[in-house]
Design a protein around this ligand. Structure first.
Ligand code: G6P
Length: 614
């Protein structure tokens, strides 16, 4: 949550800051601000979006070649102009932007107030500015050392960047728990910093992902990195692989729509080169390197949040069915605080698009401490989770910018399918025939997703138009389609603000059935499966109470069609792979309803894409 961006170098900074903040707006969008160094620190802040900040600044003198910018998702203090970042110190000598939470801010604030500091905002961040300045003045140290000493006093999570009036052309950045990427420009003394690489990508490909407890100092004299314990670090420079068109809308009205339509490719990319169908072999490094561990595994525990947790549920069905291993799927936020029983024979797997979700990261750290092998399925390359796991697999879905996750989910499910089949193969739990069939079917999925996208658009638009004003939706599914129902409901409530619940179809009679009347649209995933007849009975139960049935069915279906109000057909596939197809019309349904209701699809209210606070 919160996006931060910074630049120092020979060029004017304003345009870079604004464009960078717009790219990072998915991380939070309740207020925004910039500070530009031009002899003095010029600070502009505004409640609302980056575009509101641009309106505020229009006509102002924004010249300057060093600056920092922030887009906020409020934690401490309501979203208003005063609480927006950057925050400045008592004497106005430094400006700070921060992503994270300073947990001991109240204690630090009390100490600083006793020493005469006066605070302007309700934020935890402002404490940092005062603390750094206080240390610099009293310890008579340079800014770099003052930041290091101050951060040694801080408990919590942060990525920060500091701009100082007294140190022109200098930026100091530090991270612990929240991401910070440092870009090295072409000219000497030219540096970029940002929460992720998207603001940097068209300026440089040479980047350093700061590690936790590291502080970076950049100036015309070059780059220095130190640990909080004052040990000099050698920077590890990596080449960015991201492309510019991957982070632009490419003619689509919204990122979410672009990302939905990218799924044939993103699903293909997530499986590309990872298996061969002729000799039924897997080329996933994580499986090869951990083969003996996998043979002796007792259990898999999957942790995640939001959509990633739903992917984990699909993973549970896949791993249990094919690898015959017990699986537990846990909300990371519950798991980490529950003192769970974990043994060295457990594999704890985190699923996370961003690789930064605070609860997921903490759950994994705890499992690692307890001796489990930790595994990550993440999308953002170089993010925190992949860097702390023993092994893992990237989803390779490409940047996902819409706050509501779409292509990341199907990529996660694809990788989970490969993981399940790969470990089933290692453990001898699956026959060659079944493996061959599943891998061949998996290969056909991108083409089938394309068929769904091509064929369902009109039906989805018609249904959206008809039910966009509903107050409630119910989503039902069984087996592999139960997590699909949860994900369909989550998508709708996230972006259209319609109350929606996902349920295992058979559970409907234990409560939700009381809600069904002629105003309740019930989306049922009723594809060909071992549960087909049972789901058909559930549909009858809804119809008997005058509920409206919107069914996702397999091509050629007859029985559901006779009862349902609307049917959307998807191609036939193996039951275990249906989530990859059935999810697509549900994503489109939520998208079109949200657009018709005038909602901000890519940046729904109160949400953020990368939840770096617990
Ligand atoms: C937020 C996002 C969701 C996402 C969840 C987990 O709530 O809005 O779309 O599913 O975080 O994020 P992760 O990056 O760990 O997958």
């Amino acid at each position: 949550m919160c996006g931060i961006v910074a630049y120092t170098g020979p060029n004017q900074v304003y345009d870079f800051l604004i464009k960078g903040l717009q790219r990072l707006e998915y991380r939070g969008y309740d207020s925004a601000g910039i500070a530009i160094m031009d002899g003095n620190l010029k600070i502009y802040k505004q409640k609302g979006k980056v575009s509101d900040l641009v309106d505020l600044v229009t006509g102002e003198d924004v010249s300057g070649t060093s600056g920092i910018g922030h887009t906020r998702w409020a934690t401490h203090g309501e979203p208003n102009k005063v609480n927006a970042h950057p925050h400045i110190s008592q004497e106005g000598s430094i400006a700070v932007i921060h992503n994270g939470i300073i947990e001991n801010y109240a204690t630090l604030k009390e100490m600083l107030v006793k020493r005469g500091h006066v605070f302007m905002s309700d934020t935890d961040t402002e404490v940092l500015t005062h603390l750094i300045e206080e240390i610099q003045v009293h310890e008579k140290v340079d800014l770099f050392e003052a930041v290091r000493l101050a951060l040694n006093e801080v408990v919590g999570a942060y990525a920060i960047v500091i701009l100082s009036k007294n140190d022109p052309n200098t930026l100091i950045g530090a991270r612990k728990g929240s991401p910070l990427v440092l870009g090295i420009g072409e000219t000497r003394g030219e540096y970029y910093m940002a929460s992720d690489a998207t603001p940097i990508v068209e300026h440089t490909r040479d980047v350093i992902y700061l590690e936790d407890n590291e502080i970076a100092h950049v100036s015309p004299d070059g780059l220095k990195i130190k640990s909080l314990a004052n040990v000099e670090k050698t920077p590890y420079i990596q080449k960015l692989e991201m492309t510019l068109d991957a982070i632009e809308k490419g003619g689509y009205e919204h990122f979410m729509l672009k990302e939905i339509y990218e799924q044939p490719k993103s699903i293909y990319d997530s499986m590309r080169g990872r298996f061969t169908t002729n000799d039924l072999s897997f080329a996933m490094r994580s499986l090869r390197e951990y083969e003996s561990k996998i043979k002796n595994l007792e259990r898999v525990i999957i942790v995640g949040c939001g959509t990633s947790w739903h992917a984990g549920l699909v993973g549970e069905y896949l791993i249990e069915e094919f690898a015959r291993l017990p699986v537990e799927v846990e909300y990371a936020s519950e798991f980490r605080y529950r003192n769970p029983i974990i043994t060295p024979d457990d594999l704890v797997m985190a699923i996370s698009q961003s690789g930064e979700t605070a609860d997921t990261l903490a759950a994994l750290e705890m499992a690692k401490e307890k001796g489990a092998t930790v595994y990550g399925i993440c999308n953002v390359v170089g993010s925190s989770i992949p860097r702390m796991t023993h092994a893992g697999a990237y989803t390779h879905a490409g940047p996902e910018i819409g706050v509501a996750s779409t292509k990341a989910f199907t990529a996660q499910v694809t990788v989970l399918t490969l993981f399940a089949l790969g470990i089933a193969n290692i453990r001898g739990a699956i026959s060659r025939d079944e493996l061959s069939l599943l891998l061949a079917e998996l290969e056909s999925i991108p083409g089938k997703v394309q068929r769904v996208l091509d064929s369902c658009a009109n039906d989805v638009l018609e249904i959206s138009e008809k039910y966009k004003d509903s107050n409630n939706f119910l989503y039902l599914g069984r087996g592999y389609n139960f997590p699909v129902a949860l994900e369909g409901a989550l998508k709708l409530k996230e972006i259209s603000y319609i109350h929606a619940e996902g349920y295992p179809a058979a559970e409907m009679k234990h409560g939700p059935i009381a809600l069904i009347d002629e105003n309740m649209p019930v989306v049922v995933i009723a594809t060909r499966s071992q549960y087909y007849e049972k789901v058909l009975s559930n549909i009858q139960e809804v119809k008997a109470r005058k509920g409206i049935i919107i069914a996702i069915v397999t091509e050629g279906d007859q029985k559901v069609k006779e009862i349902a109000d609307y049917c959307i057909e998807i191609p036939d596939t193996h039951e275990a792979l249906v989530p990859l197809l059935a999810t697509i019309p549900l994503q489109l349904l939520s998208y079109h309803i949200a657009v018709m209701r005038g909602c901000n699809v890519d940046q729904p209210r109160n949400l953020a894409k990368s939840v770096t606070v617990e």
